[in-house]
Design a protein. Structure first.
Length: 452
């Protein structure tokens, strides 16, 4: 279902009836929807559109404008009680590295998430309004809970999507707006405001909570210059929903001050400090705690961590080990508790026995004024194991040789891309994340056509 008020009706009605919700992004292909329906065993699909192709699933379909969806005026039955350990929400991961897995969250997990949000992310007041520019099937939908706990209104844009002009109009017309946005959305807003010289009533904007993907240093600098101290970063994943760490308004202000006093771009944007309600540690592959400042896998444990993956015991055992959720993210924690996210474990490129982190190369590429988007992947090399390949989309024009000189001036030679591929746009999934698997497939196809 697209973003619409009926989505919230369906979400809350399902929980009232003691059911488990399985949010599905409206942009997914029919085959992807079918997979989620079949894997989850869903018996009811509430959708506001007819599928483009027949679904194999036997789930009953219900439209929001159906008479069966609207209350019939009869007194409601009492809500069905569920234990805090009972499943409430199955969130299927975005599948940027393969088939999505259903992260199963309990009512207790959602309660912990709400507690983290209200105490560490945003001090929500009753007059605040939660605006849903991001998909309700993702972070924007899960944040309905803490705002309802404070008696806040929800605002669903008429476009049912993210539109920069509509964003400006709604912010200018409504006060106390808060929202969850992906970093790519913030980048689009900054570019739109710069290109159109549009006036924005910043005093109407309560908070922009962002997460769900990397915030590059260049983009954060521009966002801070545009929105000021209204930015809050959350770091988490579907398995521990946005509850690993938070970078507060105050930390953003400190970051902005440090950036203002230095013309050099910092290597990585921190993802804040761990929530007090959870425990975060940097562990090695064997589960040993690493010293401050040393890189390893970010791991978390606490009441926010999922029950497991739906119908996937092996994947669950791999992710939940010795009481810890192994996030699959590489990072480090400084002595003051500041957490840095370096990259995904699966994305690290090993060339000549040395680890190369794509995020580091992407940060350098994005410093070039002509580069709009960048994504770096590894491809097989017969001698070195892997070599670095960069995919970029551009604002204007630039030759690969110029990009190479730009990288050589800013990083070790062995880290720089050995190839540059310029695309009109980089492939993204339904949540706006760049899909590296598609880039790897593109390289594999090229190698098949031109074997060396």
């Amino acid at each position: 279902m697209k973003n619409r008020p009926a989505y919230l009706d369906a979400l809350l009605a399902a929980w009232y009836a003691g059911l488990v919700v399985v949010p599905i992004n409206a942009k997914l292909h029919c085959r992807e929807v079918d997979f989620i329906l079949e894997d989850s065993g869903s018996r009811l699909l509430i959708s506001d559109s007819t599928p483009e192709a027949p679904l194999a699933s036997t789930a009953r379909q219900l439209m929001p404008d159906s008479p069966n969806f609207v209350p019939d005026g009869k007194p409601l039955a009492a809500p069905i009680d569920r234990a805090s350990t009972s499943a409430a929400w199955i969130f299927y991961t975005s599948g940027t590295t393969g088939r999505p897995k259903g992260a199963t969250l309990s009512h207790g997990n959602l309660a912990c998430m709400s507690n983290c949000y209200l105490t560490n992310v945003e001090r929500v007041k009753a007059h605040h309004v939660l605006a849903h520019f991001a998909p309700l099937s993702h972070g924007s939908g899960i944040y309905v809970i803490p705002y309802l706990m404070r008696g806040c209104a929800n605002l669903v844009p008429a476009s049912a999507s993210f539109d920069e002009s509509e964003f400006v109009d709604l912010v200018n017309r409504h006060q106390g707006l808060a929202m969850f946005l992906a970093p790519t959305m913030i980048r689009r807003l900054v570019d739109h405001l710069d290109a159109t010289d549009t006036a924005l009533s910043l005093d109407h904007l309560q908070a922009i909570v962002y997460g769900g993907g990397p915030m590059y240093e260049r983009d954060l600098r521009d966002a801070l210059a545009t929105f000021g101290s209204r930015l809050v970063q959350i770091y988490g994943q579907g398995e521990s929903p946005m509850t690993i760490s938070v970078m507060s308004r105050e930390e953003h202000a400190s970051y902005a001050e440090a950036s203002d006093t230095s013309s050099d771009l910092q290597s990585l944007v921190p993802v804040g400090r761990p929530h007090p309600q959870v425990e975060v540690a940097i562990l090695d592959a064997e589960g040993t705690l690493l010293p401050d400042g040393e890189e390893g896998e970010i791991c978390v444990r606490g009441d926010s961590v999922m029950l497991g993956y739906w119908n996937a015991p092996e994947a669950t055992d791999e992710a939940l080990r010795d009481g810890w959720l192994r996030t699959g993210d590489i990072g480090r924690m400084e002595a003051d508790g500041t957490l840095f996210l370096t990259d995904r474990v699966k994305d690290v490129i090993i060339s000549g026995g040395t680890n190369i982190y794509p995020r580091e190369v992407e940060e350098v590429l994005l410093q070039h004024p002509a580069v709009h988007e960048a994504s770096v992947v590894g491809v097989h090399h017969p001698v070195w194991g892997e070599e670095v390949v960069a995919f970029v989309s551009l604002h204007g024009t630039v030759e690969p040789e110029a990009l190479d000189q730009h990288c050589l001036a800013r990083m070790a030679r062995f880290k720089r891309p050995k190839r540059y591929q310029i695309l009109d746009a980089l492939p993204k999934n339904a949540y706006g994340k760049i899909v590296k698997t598609e880039l790897r497939k593109r390289l594999a196809s090229q190698q098949e056509e031109n074997p060396t």
